[in-house]
Design a protein around this ligand. Sequence first.
Ligand SMILES: COc1cc(-c2ccc3ncc(-c4cccc([C@@H](O)NCCN(C)C)c4)n3n2)ccc1O
Length: 288
Amino acid sequence: MSDTESSPYRHEPVEDWYIVGEEIGSGHFAVVKKVVCKRSGTEFAAKFIRKKRASTSRRGARREDIEREISILQELNHVNIIKLYDIFEDKQDVTLILELVSGGELFDFIAERDVLHESEATAFIAQVLEGLAHMHLKNIAHLDLKPENILLTNRAQAVIKLIDFGISRKIEDGKNEIQMLGTPEFVAPEVIAYEPLGLYTDMWAVGVITYILLSGCSPFLGDNKQETFANICAVDFSFDDEFFGNTSDLAKDFIRGLLVKHPGRRASVTDCLSHPWIKLFFDERERL
Ligand SMILES: COc1cc(-c2ccc3ncc(-c4cccc([C@@H](O)NCCN(C)C)c4)n3n2)ccc1O
């Protein structure tokens, strides 16, 4: 019996239930399209994941990777994490029906603004931390956190949504021997050193993202991947006055607590949520 026939996913054609629209994005072995539910008229995002056809093929996603991403999405339920509503499967794709997020990527928001005010940055980072806290409580690490994988519901009072759980993992007994690579600019030293990854690997990426939000610069980016990796392993970063001259000491302290080589000494998501720089955001939200 083929995988398709025995799988628990819906085997009707997606097109029977959804009007498939424009492509809104793409990732590894997947394209994301806007779709409209024929019955309700509601818009969703559909992630069409191309399946590997033969074990020797280099194209397509492995079944165990698809099933792992689905299992992780099914376990998560948080306002800052993309919601999974339905799953279809046919001969060539597994298709995830997901909530549609219309404000684009944080990456583009930063590019348009160059730098953000600290209050804007804390508003984004606090929500990333709340989504991560939900994941880390379930021992799930994202492992590919970067501005392209943080979407905004709108550009005004933006709610952020974490996406792309394609390399996410359940972390058993605090670490995982998986060998994998996220995006060079955002990977932690343990990823480069092929040492065990953990929830702490996400926290390094939060430090890099915060640094970028406040300065428009990437702390470790070199002229090539090797140089970037060398900068990361040396934890070679600084708060150049040209970009951080007006940044608070609290913000720099928050970043310093995350860009720490030893995973055991790196700030956890709980440490970050109680950091004074982030507490300012929550106190303000309480007050309003
Ligand atoms: C759950 O995993 C994913 C969800 C999505 C997703 C879900 C809902 C949704 N609403 C709007 C969008 C959207 C809008 C613009 C660009 C992208 C995205 O493809 N860019 C992310 C790039 N990333 C995968 C490196 C996605 N999405 N994307 C995209 C990739 C994923 O791996």
